[in-house]
Design a protein around this ligand. Structure first.
Ligand SMILES: NC(=O)NCCC[C@H](N)C(=O)O
Length: 266
């Protein structure tokens, strides 16, 4: 089989090139800081290189340069098994981002379910096996959770709503290690008792990991002490500098959508 034959269907990721208007994106829980747009472009490329360098095939969603926050592609779609759920982002400014993401997922053959009733951002969804935690916060409302639950339950997902008042998105506060341990930065976690296993991290950026497979975890350079702690748990941190995206309240999770399953029905 040639080396560049069909990519491994369990290691594909959507990405979306940053808009030149990134600095005009939304900022809610932190003060706005100046953005170096050239550095942001270089950091985005570094993030993409970290995915590809760890065996992931990246698929670029058509850019949405009129949408400052479109690089945060995770918020527009949630994958569950082989189905794509296109979200209805909680901020009006971000709603136009979904069309391009939906088109990319349809082109890849995924059945697409589109949310219309309530609002939900992909960043508010933390999947651990069939358990799906959803943050009820500033971007995701009760109607969005109900609609999302109605879509996921027939697919085998158990949606658990959790309170979120101290961070933009649930995954700004907590993510999960491959073994299912939820990690979080306590000052922005509303209630760690929602999770069966919770481990505090010493830095806010240390609460965010992307599971690259084979024990490798993508993490931000802003959290060196957390990376040491993760390494001490037997994982290998893969560190990328995403400072310009962190200034816009982004983190490592939100810059990609991992497609771990083949399209359902295929
Ligand atoms: N999932 C994420 O954490 N997305 C980050 C979105 C940041 C963007 N500036 C926003 O406020 O929507």
């Amino acid at each position: 089989m040639p080396f560049d034959a069909a990519p491994d269907m369990s290691r594909r990721a959507l990405i979306r090139r940053p808009s030149p208007r990134l600095a005009q994106g939304l900022v809610t829980h932190i003060d706005r800081s100046p953005i170096d747009i050239d550095l942001a472009g270089a950091q985005w490329q570094g993030y993409v290189d970290a995915l590809t360098g760890n065996g992931w095939h990246t698929i670029e969603v058509d850019p949405a340069f009129d949408c400052p926050d479109s690089v945060f592609v995770e918020d527009a779609a949630v994958m569950f098994g082989g189905t794509a759920v296109i979200t209805n982002p909680g901020a009006d400014e971000r709603k136009p981002e979904t069309a391009g993401t939906a088109a990319a997922l349809r082109d890849l053959g995924y059945p697409v379910r589109t949310m219309t009733a309530g609002s939900l951002d992909g960043g508010d969804v933390l999947k651990i096996g069939s358990t799906v935690y959803v943050g009820r916060g500033g971007r995701t409302d009760a109607a969005g959770i109900a609609e999302f639950r109605a879509i996921l339950e027939p697919l085998g997902g158990n949606v658990i709503a959790v309170p979120l008042t101290k961070a933009l998105h649930l995954k700004s506060a907590v993510t999960a290690l491959p073994d299912g341990t939820v990690i979080g930065y306590p000052p922005v976690v509303d209630d760690p008792s929602f999770y069966p296993h919770f481990r505090p991290m010493p830095e806010e950026g240390g609460a965010h990991v992307v599971d690259l497979g084979q024990g490798r975890l993508l993490m931000a350079a802003s959290a060196p002490r957390s990376a040491d702690l993760i390494a001490d748990l037997g994982y290998t941190p893969v560190v990328v500098d995403i400072s310009e995206f962190e200034k816009m309240e982004g983190c490592v999770t939100c810059l990609s959508v991992r497609l771990r399953s083949a399209p359902s029905g295929s």
